[in-house]
Design a protein around this ligand. Structure first.
Ligand SMILES: [Cu+2]
Length: 265
C-alpha cells in the first residue's frame, strides 16, 4: 500500500504530475487534432448533399453553445477548487445546505435552453421528413446478409452494392430487409434508414457534387456485417442517362465500378 506520509511527499508527487502535464496535454491535443481530418470518406462534417448539410448545421448549432456551457461550468468548478481549497491552519468554514433561489435558477435555465434548441431541431426534423416538391427518383433498397440491392422501379433496373444517381436529383429511398435488420447509411449524404424485414422505411437525400460516396450497413447484422459496404456514385445528368441506357441494354461492362469501397483510392 502506498501511503502519503507527510505534506512534503505529497507536494513531491504533485510536482511530478505538474512536470508531466505538458506532455499529457500535447498527447491530448494530438488525439483531438486527429479528429479534424476532413478527407475521411465518411466525414459528416464535410457533407456533399442538402440533407447531410442540414444535419451538420443542426449539430453545430447544438455543439457550440454546449462547448460554451462546458467551459463556464468546468471553469467555475476548477476555480472553486483552487480558490476555496483548504489552507494550512484554516478552520472548517461555515457549512451551508441548499439555496432555493440558485436551485430554481439552474433548473429553469437549462429548461429554457433546451426549449430554444428544440426549435431548430424540430424545424430540421420536419424538413427532412418532407420530400421536396418536384421530380423525385424512387429507389427500393433491400438489405440482406450481406449485400445491398437497389431497384429502380421506374427505370426497371436493379444494381448490387452500387447506387448510381444524378447530382442534384431528389432521391427517395424505401428500405426493407429480407433476413435481419440492416441500416442504410451514406454519411456524407444523409442519415440512416433501417432496413427492417416486413416493413419499409423511407428517406430522401440528394448529392450536390459528383463523386463516389462510401456507404455501409450501420446495424450489426451478423458475421459478414463488415463487408456490407456499398457506394453511391453521383454523376451529371448526361452521364447518368448514358449509364442508364447501358444498364437497360444489359451491357455487362456498364456497371464496372468496384462494388466495394477501397480506402486506398
Ligand atoms: Cu450490417
Amino acid at each position: 500500500m502506498f501511503h502519503i506520509k507527510n505534506s512534503r511527499t505529497r507536494f513531491g508527487v504533485m510536482s511530478q504530475v505538474a512536470r508531466r502535464l505538458p506532455l499529457f496535454l500535447l498527447l491530448f491535443l494530438l488525439l483531438l487534432a486527429v479528429g479534424c481530418e476532413t478527407d475521411n470518406p465518411q466525414n459528416t462534417f464535410a457533407p456533399s448533399g442538402d440533407v447531410a448539410d442540414k444535419l451538420r448545421d443542426l449539430y453545430l448549432i447544438v455543439m457550440w453553445p454546449l462547448i460554451g456551457i462546458m467551459v463556464v461550468v468546468e471553469g467555475l468548478l476548477v476555480l472553486s477548487l483552487i480558490i476555496f481549497r483548504q489552507k494550512r491552519g484554516q478552520a472548517v468554514p461555515r457549512q451551508t445546505h441548499g439555496n432555493t433561489r440558485l436551485e430554481v435558477a439552474w433548473t429553469i435555465a437549462p429548461a429554457l435552453f433546451l426549449f430554444v434548441l428544440a426549435i431548430p431541431t424540430i424545424t430540421t426534423l420536419r424538413d427532412l421528413a418532407t420530400v421536396p416538391d418536384g421530380d423525385v427518383m424512387e429507389i427500393e433498397v433491400t438489405g440482406r446478409q450481406f449485400s445491398w440491392s437497389f431497384r429502380y422501379p421506374n427505370e426497371e433496373i436493379t444494381t448490387t452494392n452500387q447506387l448510381t444517381i444524378p447530382i442534384n436529383q431528389t432521391v427517395n429511398v424505401t428500405t426493407t430487409g429480407v433476413d435481419v435488420i440492416h441500416s442504410f447509411w451514406v454519411p456524407k449524404l444523409a442519415g440512416k434508414a433501417d432496413a427492417v424485414p416486413g416493413r419499409s422505411n423511407a428517406m430522401w437525400f440528394n448529392a450536390t457534387e459528383p463523386g463516389t460516396y462510401s456507404g455501409q450497413c450501420a446495424e450489426f447484422c451478423g458475421v459478414g456485417h463488415w463487408e456490407m459496404t456499398f457506394t453511391v456514385v453521383a454523376m451529371t445528368q448526361s452521364d447518368f442517362d448514358n449509364w442508364l441506357r447501358d444498364q437497360q441494354a444489359g451491357n455487362p461492362n456498364s456497371n464496372t465500378s468496384d462494388l466495394t469501397w477501397h480506402p486506398e483510392e
